[in-house]
Design a protein around this ligand. Structure first.
Ligand code: B12
Ligand code: SF4
Ligand code: SF4
Length: 303
């Protein structure tokens, strides 16, 4: 019953919120299509494993719950609802209009705008969900909104709450050659999550193999993401976060000159400290027009 109410609530919010709309100069259409959700249990041992595979700073759900000011509770009573936000077909089609400058390839402006507006919409979705739970007598906290959330930049990048790992725990998908999570709705998505004491049914994880949904790891074929990456950040050994970050910075410098006045600012905490506002505009060539863009290309292997 609660599961149904949650999905209806999200469906309504996604279709009515003005924050889920592009700027009118770009047609004012939807940024995200309808979401899907998965649920993990707070006592799933995988959350302890994440301290090894993400980093020791990565918080378990109970640690994030307590760090966000909630009272003590048995981890088995916590549920972590992970949400997949798929980009609209309009943005996916529009992404074919990449911009080739003399020295750099920029994503289509419509993608950069959608990616930039995504942060405000995700944050508002989580604030509305906290109210949704409160109204029904439950408590909820969102890692992304917590002061305990920080990106950790030490040589590479990780964080105290990795949405892809949370989504993996909730059975929504697996990692891949380009490192994005490939879900049933593909990899061209964004992710958010919320921790609650509401008694949701836990979703079953269809696989414990962290790379099952990628054609390269599953069948040794594809590597389309590698071909499409203008930052040379992907090869057969995986994704180079530093090269990816540096290419993204180059894009940001050029894209802000083009669409800066309609971008929204975003505040990030890095290594525990709030940084000055930034205007994220993304890149994501590796996620467009690839076999895993809007589906799980290994779905047949699950039967
Ligand atoms: C830091 C960061 C970055 C960094 C580093 C990215 C990275 N891969 O970690 C940089 C700046 C490079 C980056 C770039 C981008 N990012 Co980013 N980023 C983040 C952030 C803030 C934290 C990521 C994090 O904590 N990583 C942790 C590290 C450890 O993850 P990892 O190295 O990939 O983990 C590997 C190991 O754990 C390994 N593994 C080994 N053994 C085992 C065992 C088990 C059991 C498991 C489960 C895994 C596992 O599998 C993983 C993959 O190889 C998240 C937001 C969030 N709070 O989660 C967004 C996020 C990951 N980014 C996202 C996106 C969309 C992007 C971009 C496309 C940019 C853009 N918006 O246009 C690019 C794409 C880069 C890419 N190809 O992945 C999305 C991902 C959506 C998706 N489909 O997965 C996120 C989740 C943001 C969001 N809220 O939606 N990002
Ligand atoms: S494009 Fe192909 S190789 Fe790259 S992540 Fe997707 S399925 Fe894997
Ligand atoms: S986000 Fe851009 S630079 Fe990073 S891996 Fe994807 S295509 Fe390459």
């Amino acid at each position: 019953m609660l599961d149904k109410e949650l999905l209806e609530f999200l469906e309504r919010f996604f279709s009515t919120s003005n924050l889920n709309k592009l700027h009118k100069t770009y047609g004012g259409g939807r940024i995200f299509l309808s979401p899907i959700v998965g649920v993990a249990s707070g006592n799933d041992p995988i959350f302890k494993k994440f301290k090894e595979v993400v980093g020791p700073e990565h918080l378990t759900p109970i640690e994030m719950w307590l760090a966000s000011g909630q009272d003590s509770i048995s981890p088995s009573k916590l549920r972590i609802v992970s949400i997949v936000l798929p980009f609209s077909d309009e943005i996916r089609k529009g992404s074919r209009n990449a911009i080739q400058l003399s020295r750099i390839k920029l994503p289509a402006e419509i993608y950069s705008l959608g990616r930039n507006y995504a942060n405000a919409f995700k944050a508002e979705t989580l604030r509305q969900l906290i109210k949704f739970f409160k109204k029904r007598g439950y408590k909820a906290v969102a890692g992304m909104l917590s002061e305990s959330f920080s990106i950790i930049a030490k040589g590479g990048f990780h964080s105290t709450w990795s949405e892809r790992h949370i989504a993996f725990a909730a059975g929504l998908g697996t990692f891949s050659l380009h490192e994005a999570l490939i879900t049933d709705l593909g990899c061209n998505i964004r992710l958010a999550s919320i921790i609650t004491n509401a008694p949701f049914k836990v979703s079953s994880r269809k696989t414990d193999d962290p790379y099952k949904n990628c054609l390269f790891y599953g069948k040794g074929i594809c590597r389309e993401c590698e071909k499409r990456c203008p930052g040379k950040a992907i090869d057969k050994n995986g994704h180079d976060k530093l090269k990816c970050y540096e290419y993204g910075q180059k894009i940001a410098r050029k894209m802000i000159q083009r669409i800066g006045p309609i971008l929204k600012p975003h505040k990030r905490r890095v290594n525990g400290k709030l940084r000055p506002e930034v205007y994220p505009v993304g890149c994501a060539f590796c996620q467009f027009d690839v076999p895993c863009m809007d589906k799980n290309p290994m779905a047949n292997e699950y039967q």
